[in-house]
Design a protein around this ligand. Sequence first.
Ligand code: WTA
Length: 684
Amino acid sequence: MKLIPPCIEFNSSANNNSIVLGEALASEEVNFVFPSQEFSKQAHVSSIQKYAEMYGRSVEDPAGFWSDIASEFYWKQKWGQPVYTDNLDIRNGKIDIQWFKGGKTNICYNCLDRNIDTGNGDKVAILWEGNDLGRDATLTYTQLLARVCQLANYLKSIGVGKGDAVIIYLPMLMELPIAMLACARIGAIHSVVFAGFSAESLAQRIVDCKPKIVITCSAVKRGAKTIFLKDIVDDALTQSAQNSVKIDVCLTFENESALQKQMTKWVEGRDIWWQDVVPKYPVTCDVEWVDAEDPLFLLYTSGSTGKPKGVLHTTGGYMVYTATTFKYAFDYKPKDIYWCTADCGWITGHSYVTYGPLLNGATNVVFEGAPNFPDAGRCWDIVDKYKISIFYTAPTLVRSLMREGDEHVTRYSRKSLRVLGSVGEPINPSAWRWFFNVVGDGKCPISDTWWQTETGGFMITPMPGAWPQKPGSATLPLFGVQPVIVDEKGVELEGECSGYLCVKNSWPSAFRTLYGDHERYETTYFSAFPGYYFTGDGCNRDKDGYYWLTGRVDDVINVSGHRIGTAEVESALVSHPQCVEAAVVGVEHDVKGQGIYAFVTLAEGVSYSEELRKSLIKVVRDKIGGFAAPDKIHWAPGLPKTRSGKIMRRILRKIASNSLDELGDTSTLADPTVVDQLIALAHS
Ligand code: WTA
């Protein structure tokens, strides 16, 4: 198999640049971190040879490989033939991906009923940890099913059925996965909106998918702060009504720990307390059997234009793929206790908080709070409290905790930890080493999982018992994934190389379309390099065949692992009456990975002031959400533009990062003097 790294001997002693799990990773020179024999022996995939065999079959016979795995799930009716059909080549017509078509199943049934039927009803499904110390709760698989059924019955009673959209705007309460599963049970399409988005962003999503109901809660506490979510929803519903999308029902969970019921504003006839209605419904609910290709959910993500894209995932392939990747990438075993710190408002929370773990019958932590509250030791307090064995987080959290000092980690035992995971952005080797040495005490492999909202599940990720990791590399492709690196002309590069990351085949959990805009799906992802799915990421492949992701190559910024379109921030800024033009670029940031750097041109006669800076930042918070607030506003009397009026972002990036000797050729600008003006204003 050509894709197997050519020079890795599964024998660390052959290489003095490597260590084995259990040893400290002291030197920056260390290249490979090998699994110990003990780890490999117990792993699902214990050697690179075994991986090569399985991977080989997965790409030579995808239908057979995935059918065998799919058979482990419950299907009311088996899928038809062929197992999958796809066209990823725009030159051959419509882009089309289908897996297990004709099969009838239900992902909620496979997460809950199936696990209960096999004797796991009393196993804990969700360990909920509240924001405030001492607040927690648990749900077994049987209890979770009962809660899901009650909500599903309520949804049915108000007329929500197969194919209807439901917007969920909830923080990390148990009710969030419950709501997702209840929708899935009755064939409704959930669209979770991260509860950090503003009213305007929520309204935009409501207008796009026209849900039958919005599900939210009164308020939530994050750290010491209370966020009044219901007020945000009220505002969003007013805005969507102005755009002719009227929502009849707003189901509101009362989150007592954050706010008393009587303090929540109420619209009679529309707003309903969850606690008043849902518990009255029966604890069993018939399953709606859906086609494998029926939609499961919509999740909006940022792209290079101002309008968010509704990424659509279907049921069967997504189910099979998320379950499988969860099992192999984390080497999951039934006795593991798993915690993913992501919010269900993002894809990681969909695939690896709700679906992947529950499909595997795992015990799963859902954490409401902020990871540094009440102090920087909170994560490890939770790890010890629940004896967590698999801990999955983002580099930005690793870096922020790293800054607080080792003592916040070392005062906890963490001896239950077995596997660590990282997602959201490339993990820089120094953060990798700290995560490995200090958090994992040198004994836990790190699965650096590269994937995207669009891919549904992990794509390039270590299998921790099968091959060595390298700090900073996502390593090798998972089953069925054929990554390729192409140059700017779309020519596939061989061996050691650097270019654009594409995928040349379909895999079961690939997204099927952008909701209501198949044309945008085709042009955004399949037109740049015909014949391939283009990821939007730059990537290097080293001499061992390992993949190193280098970040986005489009107009998307990755801030603390959150995808933000530069165009979204720019359109928020220019909506400010005193701002006429804005150009936003990403700039390196110690903790967030990338920060948002905004060049802003003001209206004639308006002068810069601290007050104006604050009100510009506020407009972004109001239009998108606090997580998209610019880190820096750079006053720009003019922007560097080509003669045809295109903003030269390349130059702006250099100014933002203070790399003035790398400005390059500025002679093609319509007015080269703007560059000097901008440099002069850099520190104002
Ligand atoms: C980036 C999150 C390097 C990448 C699952 C991708 C990563 C975008 C990694 C998708 C990783 C995510 N190493 N880069 N392990 N994980 N990315 O859709 O740029 O929120 O294209 O999905 O995050 O972000 P999204």
